[in-house]
Design a protein around this ligand. Structure first.
Ligand SMILES: Cc1ncc(COP(=O)(O)O)c(C=O)c1O
Length: 441
């Protein structure tokens, strides 16, 4: 295809998200097309997608069923009001999500992003307790090194200092558990690392400090993705489930990355065999193609709201685009694609190959840890003294030049290829990285 006239002349107006804008605009990296496992750059090069876009294009790119569904829906019913009106596809999609969700999670609230799904879940938790006469439960517990999007609730329960420090005092009444990442004890673990299960008991300490009667919910990512693939120790999430249940605290899993097949199971909840009260999802729900999130909740929570006069709104929350028809059509086509191609479990088949390939990088310069679970992996690099993030960022730039898209966070390289990736493509990603690691400053 011709790509000669697709790069805008002036890049100034668009203030890009989570991007080093000045660096980017000096040497832009533009994608102009994508198909299956590859992007096409504006200078006509093919780049292998090692990150499923931003952990979201789980079925790869430009998948025919999804493309057709979006086009058809746009022509048939482009928009329907989300409040006090409905359209069939939103209901159908909610049912299909419930079909693949862990047993017991059977109601869906739609949003437009992971961040909005997080806010929705936190508000739901607060309202749930209030509606049941436990309005003193207002405290929210997150975790260090957690990423729950960029809105105020999410950055409050999140644990990334750069995302928090500019924005004032955030939500009141939030506490954090420690993260579980332990390089000293767990470096180069394959799959779930051995040490750190007892860190779940920090929740008991927090409960003792504040009293259970003040705590509404605990939110965790089953595997923290954005801060560099932090995998929980064995039994850690089960222990959180026991403690939350014992104290009447809701457990929220933020499955924005772990949902829809990333770990080789439909959700992280399935992988770790722990059912939360609320599951936050987005990204892979529509294969990243149209913004959409889904918050999946237990009947117990849903039913608690279904009281009072029938003409009265039960939960004062929602978005203009909640369950948008085109997003719903994209979601349905995405779930069909996952089903037809067995993608929700393909990660489990590929995990041993992915693991072996990643761990072959052990011993290369700067590599201080390699970790993996399902089709997510991370290679942690020793930072350049006094210049954190620089080494990994330069790996990212080199990989892009050499035709592979990776993602970096701090000095950690994260990989999460689309679930359609082939073994040969896994080798290509890893051998490109091997070459780069040998030449990095
Ligand atoms: C665990 C988690 N929660 C929430 C979000 C926010 O999602 P979004 O960028 O769609 O708002 C992300 C995004 O990476 C995420 O990884």
């Amino acid at each position: 295809m011709s790509t000669s006239n697709v790069v805008p002349n002036d890049l100034n107006a668009f203030w890009m998200p989570f991007t080093a804008n000045r660096q980017f605009k000096k040497t832009p990296r533009m994608f102009v097309a994508a198909k299956d496992m590859h992007y096409t750059t504006s200078d006509g090069r093919q780049v292998l997608d090692g990150t499923a876009g931003l952990w979201c294009c789980n079925a790869g790119h430009a998948r025919p069923k999804i493309v057709e569904a979006i086009a058809k829906q746009a022509a048939e019913l482009d928009y329907a009001p989300a409040f006090q009106m409905g359209h069939p596809k939103a209901f159908e999609l909610a049912n299909r999500i419930v079909d693949i969700a862990p047993k017991g999670l059977d109601h869906v609230l739609f949003t437009n992003s992971g961040s909005e799904s997080v806010e929705t879940a936190l508000k739901l938790a607060l309202a749930y307790h209030k509606i049941r006469g436990e309005g003193s439960r207002t405290r929210l517990i997150g975790r260090e090194r957690a990423y729950h999007g960029v809105n105020f609730g999410g950055i409050s329960v999140g644990g990334i200092v750069t995302n928090r420090k500019m924005f004032g005092t955030l939500l009141a009444g939030v506490d954090h558990m420690p993260h579980t990442h332990n390089l000293a004890k767990n470096a180069f673990s394959k799959g779930v690392p051995e040490y750190g299960t007892e860190l779940a008991d920090e929740l008991e300490r927090i409960v003792t400090l504040h009293d259970a009667s003040t705590i509404a919910a605990v939110i965790v990512e089953p595997v923290a993705g954005s801060t560099g693939v932090l995998i929980p120790p064995p039994g850690y999430l089960k222990r959180l489930r026991e403690i939350t249940k014992k104290h009447g605290i809701l457990l929220i899993f933020d499955e924005v990355i772990t949902g829809y097949g990333r770990l080789g199971t439909p959700f992280g909840a399935d992988y770790f065999d722990v059912v939360p009260d609320i599951m936050v999802t987005a990204k892979g729900l529509t294969n990243g193609v149209i913004p959409m999130g889904a918050v999946i909740v237990s009947a117990e929570i849903h039913d608690a709201f279904m009281n009072g006069p029938e003409h009265v709104i039960e939960f004062f929350h929602g978005y203009t685009y909640s369950g948008n028809p085109i997003a719903s059509a994209a979601g349905l086509a995405t779930l069909e694609t996952y089903k037809e191609e067995g993608l929700l479990t393909r990660g489990a088949e590929l995990a041993p190959k992915f693991e072996a390939a990643l761990h072959s990088l052990k011993g290369l310069p700067h590599v201080i840890d390699i970790r993996n679970i399902g089709l997510v992996g991370a290679i942690e690099l020793e930072p350049i003294a006094g210049q954190p993030t620089k080494r990994a960022f330069s790996a990212f730039l080199k990989a892009f030049e050499q035709g592979v898209l990776i993602r970096t966070t701090g000095d950690i390289i994260a990989l999460s290829p689309p679930l359609i990736v082939s073994e040969i493509q896994i080798d290509q990603i890893v051998s490109t990285l091997a070459g780069i690691l040998k030449t990095l400053e």
